[in-house]
Design a protein around this ligand. Structure first.
Ligand code: CA
Length: 224
């Protein structure tokens, strides 16, 4: 999932970002409500993890404003405010879930998965191309019945290609979907990542799934 973490405390923000990335998510961080508002308006997120006490505005105010604007991204409020009144206020502002600090990371991850499922998009159905299978819920990849361990970025890249099987995915699309937004498109990082992915997905198999489309990008043939 692509997740926006809104948190002004740098240590907490990087802790949450790291943990969510290890669980195969792509994570952006905003440190103010204004920055979060801007990012949500230019980028589609699957989830916003929102702190209440931000330097420029109460996170719940931001949440209410987003809802008034028709932004329906799931919002999980993550805050030290743990009174019942605070929770009610948070949920009434349009948030979908509420977790108080300090929290156990496993609980945060479980809630993130639950919110992803509740979104009810077909994004969580298993995907298959030839003998390659992806389970988006567990972020598990198998080829020829064998588990293949991928890094979060490799997984995100593979899932993107598989979801668009039969279509060319351009480098620009890959950069936008797989990397955080401030990425230098002149860098060769996409090609490097494709090579690493091929080493894991294709090298030991006769049928090569990842194809380079010269001058355009990459694609996985639709084998069905
Ligand atoms: Ca704060």
């Amino acid at each position: 999932m692509r997740i926006l973490v809104v948190e002004d405390e740098p240590k907490v923000a990087s802790f949450i970002k790291r943990g969510l990335e290890q669980a195969q998510n792509v994570v952006d961080v905003a440190t103010t409500a204004a920055e979060a508002d801007y990012l949500v308006s230019i980028q589609e997120y699957d989830l916003v993890v929102l702190d209440c006490m931000l330097p420029d505005e109460d996170g719940r105010k931001l949440c209410r404003r987003l809802r008034l604007r028709g932004v329906d991204v799931p919002v999980l409020i993550l805050t030290a405010k743990d009174s019942t009144a605070d929770k009610v206020l948070g949920l009434d502002s349009g948030a979908d879930d509420y977790l108080t600090k300090p929290f156990a990371f496993t609980e945060l991850l479980a809630r993130v998965r639950a919110l992803g499922r509740r979104r009810g998009r077909p994004l969580l159905q298993p995907l298959a191309v030839a003998d390659l299978c992806i389970d988006p819920v567990r972020r598990r990849v198998m080829r020829g019945g064998r588990n293949i361990a991928l890094t979060p970025k490799e997984y995100a890249l593979l899932e993107l290609l598989v979801r668009h099987a039969g279509q060319v995915v351009t480098r620009a699309e890959i950069i936008e979907q797989v990397w955080d937004m401030h990425f230098d498109p002149t860098s060769n990082i996409v090609d490097v990542m494709i090579k690493m992915l091929r080493d894991k997905i294709d090298r030991n198999f006769e049928l090569k799934l990842i194809r380079t489309v010269r001058g355009a990008g990459y694609m996985i043939e639709d084998q069905s």
